[in-house]
Design a protein around this ligand. Structure first.
Ligand code: URP
Ligand code: ZN
Ligand code: ZN
Length: 464
């Protein structure tokens, strides 16, 4: 099957130019001016007035994550299909090692969840919640199987938390095996004390979640894990960075020449502590780190513009308001942590970032596709429009306006954190390895067509 995308403007991290794109089978075969005059194709897609961008890559999702006695609602079918509607054609999800279990058991479980269900390509990171001699040895094997990153937590004591010694041992192992350590950096031990005090003082509503998780304690933990990584001589990637204190630590490290990288998420750019304040409705907005006061947002935008933040991912982790978030009525500590977002990322970032004049359209492509592909061992097969790359492409209409709503979104969750918000920009046609999987609001893909991506070690992070 040959598909020609003609008359569009190709937008990449490096620049934008008018060009036709020829797809042959699963890959991009040619990129050039007026190809329509010289090549034949089975289908021609007219992209006049539209942009042709590499498919979005969301390197932080949690399909079916177990949390707080329940499971994130989307599975690999509904989650990757929703992602595709929003122009995201690759996700990297977090497989989970449970306490007392091996990495292998967690990984096998995630392969079983994804295989036969995902509609677009996917990879895995590994959450390590039990650093032992055995799990340290297993890390090397996972790197060789294309799972080269490991997330550890200074948050969530008793669940995913690791102490500094455990984190340091995992870092030493990745220094030898070429992997990357991803850190959830909040001081969970101190936060639990403050949260208990907050409840004891009578604040049990979701606002207590935002009040108890101090931004200074994100800054402290970020500095600590960066310094542990410096000592172990490994690159480090801070996930879901929300606070200016944490950004300052990443900046400082980068200025010193350390290989420190970080992502933020749309919720930290567009939502704030105020959203947690509407009685129990605020539970819809509970995630960790929490939504911050609005003064953090300009700093995060500055971080994206200047390159101290390299990636925008979603931390997609949806729980229904009814029946799941409600587990925490009367005690915010029992609300499952996480928000839906995999479908909204490109559009909300285009609307607020590109239309809003904060980042260029090239930087938008970079932070949502190209940089994640590079940092996570998928470039140039993913995240680029170049000959031989996977034909994961989006025909994007930068002018189409639509209103985000749970009534029309495709994520399997009963609310939207952006309910009623009008955004400019939308994915008209989405291709995954050459197959059209979304066409003008209709899903045309196939359950199970998504393939596991065996990713390369973190060479880019090491090279800077
Ligand atoms: O609130 C969040 N972020 N839930 C998902 C788990 C995590 O920490 O990434
Ligand atoms: Zn986390
Ligand atoms: Zn997460």
């Amino acid at each position: 099957m040959r598909t020609l995308i003609s008359n569009g403007t190709v937008v990449t991290a490096d620049g934008s130019y008018p060009a036709d794109v020829l797809v042959d089978g699963e890959a991009i075969a040619q990129v050039g001016l007026n190809l329509r005059e010289t090549v034949t194709a089975d289908e021609t897609i007219d992209a006049s007035g539209k942009w042709v961008i590499p498919g979005g890559i969301d390197v932080h999702t949690h399909m079916k994550l177990p949390f707080g006695g329940t499971f994130a609602k989307d599975d690999f079918f509904t989650g990757t299909r929703a992602a595709a509607f929003g122009g995201t054609t690759t996700i990297v999800d977090f497989a989970v090692q449970s306490k007392g279990k091996s990495l292998r058991e967690g990984l096998d479980a995630w392969h079983a969840l994804a295989e036969g269900n995902a509609v677009a390509d996917y990879g895995f990171h590994m959450i390590m919640s039990d650093v032992t001699d055995e799990s340290l040895q297993e890390m090397d094997q996972l790197v060789s199987e294309g799972i080269p990153d490991f997330k550890l937590f200074t948050a969530y004591p008793g669940v995913f938390f690791s102490d500094d010694g455990a984190i340091f041992r995992a870092m030493q192992q990745t220094a030898k095996n070429g992997g990357l350590i991803m850190m959830h950096a909040e001081n969970g031990l101190a936060i639990d004390v403050i949260a208990a005090d907050t409840v004891a003082a009578g604040t049990t509503d979701p606002i207590g979640h935002g009040l108890a998780r101090y931004s200074t304690l994100e800054g402290e933990a970020t500095n600590r894990v960066i310094r542990l990584a410096e000592s172990a001589k490994v690159p480090i990637y801070i996930v879901h960075l929300s606070a200016k204190e944490a950004l300052n630590e990443v900046r400082r490290a980068r200025d010193e020449g350390l290989p420190a990288f970080a992502e933020t998420c749309p919720q930290y750019l567009f939502l704030s502590l105020d959203d947690l304040g509407n009685g129990f409705e605020g539970a819809k907005f509970i995630c960790s780190p929490p939504l911050r006061t609005k003064d953090h947002q300009p700093e995060l935008w500055k971080g994206l513009v200047k390159g101290d933040l390299q990636v925008v991912s979603t931390d997609h982790c949806p729980f229904d308001f009814h029946g799941q978030k409600e587990l925490g009525r009367g005690d915010f500590r029992k609300v499952p942590n996480g928000l839906p977002g995999v479908e909204d990322r490109l559009d909300i970032l285009h609307d607020g970032g590109v239309v809003g004049g904060k980042i260029t359209k090239e930087r938008w492509v970079e932070v949502s596709s190209t940089a994640p592909a590079k940092l996570f061992g998928m470039y140039p097969k993913k995240g680029s429009i170049s000959v031989g790359a996977d034909a994961d492409l989006v025909v994007y209409d930068p002018n189409r306006k639509h209103t985000i709503s749970a009534k029309t979104h495709h994520m399997d969750v009963d609310y939207s954190v952006y309910e009623g918000r009008e955004v400019q920009g939308g994915s008209d046609i989405v291709l995954s390895r050459g197959s059209v999987i979304v066409r003008n609001g209709e899903f045309t893909g196939t359950k199970g067509a998504g393939r596991f991506i065996k990713r390369a070690p973190a060479d880019f992070a090491r090279a800077g």
